[in-house]
Design a protein around this ligand. Structure first.
Ligand SMILES: NC(=O)c1ccc[n+]([C@@H]2O[C@H](COP(=O)([O-])OP(=O)(O)OC[C@H]3O[C@@H](n4cnc5c(N)ncnc54)[C@H](OP(=O)(O)O)[C@@H]3O)[C@@H](O)[C@H]2O)c1
Length: 290
């Protein structure tokens, strides 16, 4: 299939690009710099120079595409607006086609809000944290779009071998021997997935013609920060000391997005397993490289 990926050089996107190429798909990747273009070429994709913030620079790349994957984000104050414009461009491109356009849109576990002892499934009510509530609007517009087959993927907290992903802050603090900052509470649970398993989920869903609705992707339903810190401490010969920063403190210091890691969440991924047979290969983060 011919696939356009927005954000194909990012932390998640680079793994998805590699996985799609490995699956013999023809991948075109949006890029805004020479460095990103080279990264795409190295991954086996064809670069398309343009800017996410200016859909007129990449809308033509949607012609003749079977699937478009949205994994790009500016993460700036304009991120919701930029995403909404990108969604509008995708909706417009789908209208004139003879075949429905398949779209994989990226949401995230933070759209479920704090679940506590409950476990979020795709039918659970969404209570997104304000910093990312725009994702819900974009997802709904795509799900209701005409001539579109849309899957909305909700990745758990994503870790990987190249800097740690969601573990990166704790890893660098542990490596420097300082007490590790714990955001919220040491008992806070994070649903987890390794980037390689997540990339496989994107590829497997992209290959499904009857794509529709929400798909959670987690390998571990909810792992307490206490366990994550314990594992990191043992890997870095750190003494395990930590200092708790409350939600208000981290949001003031780092921005509204910092509410996300303070959420006590559990999320399961039964639907994608039944829908396309996806199974995580890494079921326990303590067995993974990061
Ligand atoms: N990481 C997680 O644990 C997690 C969990 C759930 C959901 N998500 C969601 O997944 C998505 C991707 O996250 P990520 O962690 O992979 O982010 P990331 O590493 O920061 O990647 C962002 C991507 O967007 C591209 N981009 C940004 N601004 C652009 C612009 N103006 N024009 C063209 N491309 C632009 C970047 O390209 P450059 O190469 O030019 O920088 C990069 O490829 C986000 O929506 C995030 O909220 C992430």
């Amino acid at each position: 299939m011919k696939i356009l990926i927005l954000g194909g050089t990012g932390s998640i996107g680079s793994a998805v690009t590699a996985e799609l190429v490995l699956g013999s798909h023809e991948v075109v990747g949006l890029c805004r710099s020479e460095a990103s273009a080279q990264k795409l070429v190295a991954l086996g994709a064809r670069p398309w120079r343009g800017d996410l913030c200016q859909p007129e620079t990449w809308q033509a790349a949607l012609e003749g595409i079977d699937v478009v994957i949205q994994l790009a984000s500016t993460f700036g104050p304009d991120m919701g607006e930029v995403d909404a414009q990108a969604v509008t461009a995708i909706l417009e491109a789908a209208r004139g086609r003879s075949q429905p356009l398949r779209v994989l849109y990226t949401g995230g576990c933070w759209l479920y809000g704090e679940t506590g002892d409950l476990t979020a499934s795709e039918t659970s009510p969404q209570r997104p944290i304000p910093a990312f509530s725009w994702m819900q609007d974009s997802a709904n517009r795509l799900l209701q779009g005409s001539n579109i087959a849309c899957g909305v993927i909700h990745p758990a907290m994503v870790y990987h071998e190249d800097g740690g992903g969601v573990f990166s802050r704790m890893l660098s603090q542990a490596a420097s021997g300082l007490p590790v900052e714990v955001w919220g509470s040491i008992s806070t649970r994070w649903p987890l997935v390794h980037r390689r398993d997540l990339a496989r989920a994107y590829r497997m869903l992209a290959e499904q013609p009857e794509l529709t609705g929400h798909f959670n992707v987690s390998a571990q339903t909810g792992v307490a920060v206490r366990e994550i810190l314990g594992e990191i401490s043992s890997r870095y010969a750190h003494d395990g000391s930590y200092v708790v920063r409350n939600r208000k403190h981290v949001m003031f210091k780092y921005g509204d997005w910092a509410e996300g890691p303070t959420l006590d969440q559990q999320m399961r991924a039964d639907k994608i397993q039944a829908f396309c047979g996806w199974r995580p290969e890494i079921r326990d983060f303590t067995q993974a490289e990061f």
